[in-house]
Design a protein around this ligand. Structure first.
Ligand code: NAP
Length: 308
């Protein structure tokens, strides 16, 4: 049976990744779009999700690609209308808003899927397999990119709930929570806030685990030139380098993975499997680490940030 999908929030990620992934996937078709601005030719368009749900009852599933601040309320409407729901990352603006949604999905027998796209990068599962059972000596994460390139004109990202540099940083956390063999917890957080913004532009984080491993993570949006999305894990068997956001994986100098990413194709494959099996998949651990970073965060004021 083909899944008739609606996308709510038709901005950069919906256009760049969701539409091509759905178009290339068997068993799922884009049937409607809800967005205040517009959609694409040949696909029914509604200004709001409520209108879409009222006027297009044949829709089976909704992918929520809006900014996170409105995601919880939209997910509740979609589940209430009996739809399966895919949540872009981060799954919500708070941790606590997710619990009623998980309960609602269970009660209505619908699938709720918190899609962590970086976990679908080709290096993730090989890294997890390599690290299983190893002694970890240290972990260094560098997730540094140029906000002007990746988020031009996105005011919401600098507002409360928009997460600032944790918008990309949560991708690193989604990878760390998947590949590291032990649970880890935050011990120090320093957050750099531009004087004219309500969200951080950089974060220096230190985590530890049961074995007192030092895990450092630096997220920074001020990087120009080469962009860095790397995790380096020193182990008893050598250095494992997860590079280029998971496109590459190296063990010391040996290349284990060097592949193009197809994260969103795999996200939709997983969504279809979850729907077929009647189950949900909502791992909140990356969002919990972000919440901890704000709870423990020492605030540093840095120079104002302007787009140009
Ligand atoms: P975006 O370009 O700002 O697009 C968001 C769209 O949602 C806008 O058209 C916005 O309209 C619309 N919208 C806002 N509230 C809505 C509502 N209540 N109902 C329907 N549509 C609504 O943002 P984006 O970059 O696509 O990011 C969206 C989400 O995807 C974020 O959570 C982000 O973390 C995640 N994501 C983004 C990327 C990326 O590379 N950009 C990558 C992976 C994941 P208005 O502009 O009028 O508000």
């Amino acid at each position: 049976m083909t899944i008739r999908l609606a996308i709510a929030g038709f901005g950069k990620i919906a256009r760049d990744q969701h539409v091509p992934a759905v178009t290339a996937s068997d068993g799922i078709e884009l049937a409607a779009i809800a967005d205040p601005h517009g959609g694409i030719d040949g696909v029914a368009h509604y200004a709001t999700l409520d209108e879409l749900l009222a006027e297009a009852p044949e829709i089976d599933a909704v992918a929520l690609c809006t900014p996170p601040q409105v995601r919880g309320a939209l997910a509740a409407s979609a589940l209430r209308a009996g739809k399966h729901v895919l949540l872009e990352k981060p799954p919500g603006a708070t941790v606590s808003e997710l619990e009623p949604l998980i309960a609602m999905a269970r009660q209505t027998g619908r699938t709720l899927f918190a899609a962590w796209h970086s976990r679908f990068a080709p290096a993730v599962e090989p890294a997890r397999d390599f690290l299983a059972g190893r002694r970890i000596k240290s972990v260094v994460v560098e997730w540094k990119e140029d906000v002007r390139i990746w988020h031009p004109g996105q005011a919401w990202i600098w507002e409360p709930g928009g997460l600032g540099v944790f918008d990309p940083g949560i991708n690193a956390l989604s990878v760390m929570t998947r590949i590291l063999p032990y649970r880890f917890f935050l011990t120090r957080s320093e957050l750099s806030f531009p004087q004219n913004r309500a969200a951080p532009i950089a974060a220096d984080l230190v985590f530890s685990d049961e074995a007192s491993t030092v895990i450092r993570a630096e997220f920074d949006w001020r990087q120009t030139g080469q962009q860095t999305w790397d995790v380096r894990v020193e182990t008893d068997a050598g250095l494992l380098t997860f590079a280029a956001g998971g496109r590459r994986l190296l063990h010391d100098d040996r290349v284990l993975v060097d592949e193009k990413k197809s994260e969103y194709r795999l996200i939709y494959r997983r969504f279809a499997e979850l729907i077929a099996n009647g189950v949900s998949d909502v791992d909140l651990s990356p969002l919990v680490h972000v919440a901890d970073a704000f709870l423990l965060g020492r605030r540093r004021d840095v120079e104002p940030f302007d787009e140009v």
